[in-house]
Design a protein around this ligand. Structure first.
Ligand code: SAM
Length: 289
């Protein structure tokens, strides 16, 4: 279970879809002054070097954030929402050269206002140490709690947050196929206690049965709680075999009304910038309860 290290995937096309969506969710939820609690159930290490270590070996950022930067630098038309995401990634770097990539904990920390809280969960014995070290360096460290605990089991105990304004990012690695079942259970339990929370779930698009079934299962869970949802998927290639991840999605329960327009602008840019073959495409669907 502890073979997954997110550094291999830092700055990949899947991170781009996830983090761009996340930024919009936070910004929307922060339009009101009330305190916002953000829960990142699968935090990873927080920030990743793109120059050395696992990311330099996998080179996934070459097909992700570096490819996107080249596309923008070449003067191609680019949606404002994509530019905003890139600006945040660049803010976590010195100068123009991208030496590191901020994971979801660093992106969320960057967006914290003084009244907000961030709760991070990480189970991997090495990742949790790196995460704790990285979080200590942040100016917002006092607003952040780090838990070395199983978030699937803990989530229900953390919702609703005291202010009843909450964003939950659920981003498992899905290496263990039980993750699909645990995710559904955790989501079901959380919705029972906090039906109005905003839940953002990242998922890989794979031929594996559990993966193919997940979006419909999440739609059923949302429907059973009479909740609206939005589904956004980005495929960058459609090649035989699944040696590397070719597509992923975000499923949002209780999406802000602005999210669909935002992604309708961003996804064509991402498909163009990151697509590697004619199979590159996106999907955007929503349902209002
Ligand atoms: N959210 C991160 C980001 O966007 O930068 C990436 C997270 S990575 C996909 C998933 C992480 O969840 C891994 O570091 C893994 O060790 C951790 N993990 C796996 N199962 C967990 C669990 N039950 N509770 C908390 N963390 C878990």
């Amino acid at each position: 279970m502890f073979s997954y290290r997110h550094a291999f995937h830092a700055g990949s096309h899947a991170d781009i879809l996830k983090h761009l969506t996340l930024i919009h969710l936070v910004e929307y939820l922060q339009e009101k002054p009330g305190a916002l609690t953000m829960i990142d159930t699968h935090a990873g290490a927080g920030i990743y070097s793109l120059k050395d270590g696992f990311a330099a070996v996998s080179k996934e950022a070459e097909g992700g954030i570096f490819r996107l930067l080249k596309f923008i630098e070449a003067g191609n038309p680019c949606a404002e929402s994509v530019k905003k995401y890139v600006t945040l990634v660049q803010a976590k770097n010195m100068g123009n050269e991208l030496a590191s990539y901020p994971g979801s904990p660093f992106i969320l920390a960057h967006l914290l206002r003084s009244q907000d809280r961030l709760k991070l969960f990480e189970l991997h014995p090495k990742e949790i140490d790196i995460l704790r070290h990285n979080v200590r360096e942040l100016a917002q460290a006092k607003q952040i709690d780090v838990y070395a605990e199983d978030s699937f089991a803990r989530l229900k105990g953390l919702v609703p947050p005291p202010s009843r304004r909450g964003l939950v990012l659920i981003d498992p690695s899905y290496e263990d196929k039980q993750d699909y079942r645990y995710l559904e259970l955790a989501l079901e339990e959380a919705l029972q206690r906090f039906a109005t929370g905003c839940y953002a779930i990242w998922y890989p698009i794979l031929s594996r049965r559990e993966s193919a079934a997940l979006p419909d299962r999440m739609k059923k869970i949302a429907a059973s709680h009479t909740r609206s949802w939005l589904q956004a998927e980005l495929r960058v290639e459609n090649a035989p075999g699944e040696r590397r991840l070719q597509a992923s999605g975000m499923f949002i329960i209780n999406p802000p009304w602005t999210l669909e327009k935002h992604l309708a602008e961003a996804l064509p840019t991402l498909t163009k910038a990151l697509g590697v073959d004619a199979g590159a495409q996106f999907l955007l669907k929503s349902f209002e309860a």
